[in-house]
Design a protein around this ligand. Structure first.
Ligand code: SAH
Length: 217
């Protein structure tokens, strides 16, 4: 146990703080959530390494730095309702769970959603709701959201997601080609969904969003 605690502390210091992750609440969440529970047993020794790892079904758990960067970009204060597209391992959802009021996460692959649910229950993350389906449509019944984080890459900004943001809400999403993308932060300024501010955070490489606003399989 101590070994993971040390590895986690080193990850936060060398991969996150040293690269400009400043939000103390995000750093604390990354220090608290046991990332090694979200990776396959055979990869447990690599859980705190500076890279994504396979989680089965040709999907990955994102690099810790990218998880921290996306979370920080949401500018969370504690009372938000956040939508995540792409539950995957459940790690990003667990980080959000400790930082906001409610997390809604959509995953298209049922086996990944089931596995994530089990780990999140083990960690008492009962404020995370998971649904299986195409997240390109968002989660209309639970909208609007204060922030949306999409952890799979889209060819363009999905309109359904912009529509489900409150004015002032933020959408963090990798946009670009199938192999390489730009991580974009979009702030919806007002009731008009065309009234947005767009900032590029960094280059990135995510697995593809498959569905209505993404690619076909
Ligand atoms: N946030 C995850 C990273 C998952 S990788 C984590 O912390 O581990 C991206 C995930 O998006 C994959 O599990 C993939 O199955 C899922 N995905 C791809 N297209 C999707 C869609 N249209 N709707 C919901 N999930 C999708």
């Amino acid at each position: 146990m101590d070994r993971y605690k040390r590895q986690k502390a080193r990850m936060v210091e060398t991969q996150l703080a040293a690269r400009g992750i400043k939000d103390p609440r995000v750093l604390k969440a990354m220090t608290t959530v046991p990332r090694h529970l979200f990776v396959d047993e055979g990869l447990i020794d690599q859980a705190y390494n500076d890279n994504p790892l396979p989680i089965g079904e040709h999907q990955t758990i994102s690099q810790p730095y990218i998880v921290a960067l996306m979370t920080q970009a949401l500018e969370l204060k504690g009372r938000e309702r956040i939508l995540e597209i792409g539950t995957g391992s459940g790690y990003q959802a667990a980080i959000l769970a400790g930082l906001v009021d409610r997390v809604f996460s959509v995953e298209r692959i049922a086996s990944l959603a089931t596995r994530a649910r089990k780990i999140l229950d083990q960690l008492n993350c009962y404020n995370v709701a998971i649904r299986v389906g195409d997240g390109s449509f968002g989660w209309k019944e639970e909208a609007p959201f204060d922030g949306i984080v999409t952890t799979a890459a889209a060819p363009a900004i999905p309109q359904y997601l912009l529509e489900q943001l409150v004015p002032g809400g933020k959408l963090i999403i990798p946009v670009g080609g199938r192999d390489i993308q730009d991580l974009i932060k979009i702030t919806r300024n007002s009731a008009d969904i065309n009234d947005i501010k767009k900032e590029s955070l960094c280059g990135c490489r995510f697995v593809s969003l498959i569905g209505k606003s993404g690619w076909s399989e």
